[in-house]
Design a protein around this ligand. Structure first.
Ligand code: LMR
Length: 396
């Protein structure tokens, strides 16, 4: 039955973890997958999460199904994170949210929903983008094309190239945008540039679909969501996939959301009814635990404060590691200027290392980073940082 089937290529990010696990070198370092680690090399469970779990364990009285779109209280919590409690769109019923298995689940639910109403659309993703974006949209039946984003010369945003491409994308095509902490480059548009992107969405009529996986890892929970507010202020319809993997550290609880924003409550409700049919024929309804943790934290003043403090601490640690990485490379007399690493946002640093250098890091030093040169800065311990700087100095 399976004799004709040849193996699929390993996943660009999670496949690296498999290769890392198979590596016998005791000094090996995995800076591939985007997971936060403390200086002991552990991905800790946040204290706020542990406390919420204890409360849940005591108070839980049923394992009955959630609704198709998940817990309504979780949905409100996510909407409040995206928009703030007082946002007029929430009061007007223009925002609808479904709890999904991770941000990946949110993207796939959104893509399946769009396929119902825009079957001929193309999805446009940034060049480069997260390795899984094209695959998710392809699985939903959409061809993918790229718009310019990163300029390797300036190590910054190629905004002119991006804007020129977005100005040609026709009405009804889908444009995937990273709200903050662009994965893999860490390079984000400024507020003025977001205004121009919103102008283009308005004049062109393409469908803005935001991937928001790193809220709170850029500048703050509030500052990071600013692009969504700009689009809302224009009265634009848009879609958002968001994730609690990183900011709540709930990676393996697969806790995410799909949110749609429409012109009025009737349209939002009609569109959302189809989101539910898409979910029902996929995974029926979401698992509860991760969403329940988020719900408890957001609804408890003390836990919420503790969570925000823990999120701040993670963000500050990543900033510190960026500075240390740049300093470590300078100390080793590396000629190239790596100072741009300090300007990038989020977990990842787009190192500028080429494919040969990435391969040498892996084969000669057992240091695993994603093809294209993406380093998970958030996953470095002091030891790993030193070993990485030594190894980079050798492969350059
Ligand atoms: C990453 O980019 O490393 C994370 O979003 C994890 C993943 O699923 O790829």
């Amino acid at each position: 039955m399976f004799e004709e089937i040849s193996p699929a290529p390993p996943d660009a990010i999670l496949g690296l973890t498999d290769a890392f696990q198979a590596d016998p070198n005791p000094e090996k370092i995995n800076l591939g997958v985007g997971v936060f680690m403390d200086d002991a090399g552990k991905t800790p469970i946040l204290n706020s999460v542990k406390k919420a779990e204890n409360l849940l364990l005591e108070g839980e009285i049923t394992k009955s199904y959630l609704p198709i779109s998940g817990s309504p209280q979780y949905a409100s919590g996510i909407q409040e994170l995206l928009f703030s409690q007082e946002h007029p769109f929430l009061k007007a019923g223009r925002v609808k949210t479904a709890q999904t298995p991770g941000g990946t689940g949110g993207l796939r639910v959104g893509a399946d929903f769009l396929k119902l109403f825009y079957p001929e659309a193309t999805v446009w993703v940034s060049s480069p983008t997260w390795a899984n974006h094209k695959a998710i949209f392809k699985a939903a039946g959409f061809p993918a094309k790229e718009y310019p984003y990163y300029d390797p010369e300036t190590r910054g945003l190629d905004f002119d190239g991006m804007a020129a491409a977005l100005a040609k994308i026709p009405s009804g095509d889908i444009v995937l945008l990273h709200v903050c902490c662009h994965n893999p480059t860490g390079v984000d548009p400024s507020e003025a540039q977001w205004q121009q992107i919103a102008d283009l969405a308005e004049t062109q009529g393409w469908v803005p679909f935001f991937d928001f996986a790193y809220q709170g890892f850029g500048a703050s929970v509030e500052a990071d969501r600013r692009p969504l507010h700009l689009f809302a202020e224009r009265g634009l319809d848009f879609l958002v996939s968001s994730s609690c993997s990183k900011n709540f550290g709930l990676y393996n609880e697969r806790t995410g959301a799909f949110t749609l924003v429409a012109q009025n409550a009737d349209r939002a409700n009609a569109a959302f009814s189809h989101v539910k049919t898409v979910i029902r024929s996929n995974y029926s309804n979401p698992p509860r635990h991760g969403g329940a943790i988020v719900e408890v934290i957001l609804n408890d003043k003390i836990l919420r404060k503790e969570w925000l403090g823990e999120l701040d601490a993670m963000r500050k640690r990543i900033r510190f590691l960026r500075t240390e990485l740049v300093r470590g490379l300078q100390q080793r007399g590396v000629d190239a200027d790596f100072s741009y690493i300090e300007q990038q946002n989020g977990m990842f640093s787009f190192s500028g290392l080429n494919e040969t250098q990435v391969k040498r890091l892996r084969e000669e030093h057992s240091i695993y980073i994603v093809g294209g040169g993406r380093i998970n800065v958030a996953g470095m311990t002091s030891d790993a940082l030193n070993r990485l700087c030594d190894a980079v100095a050798k492969v350059l």
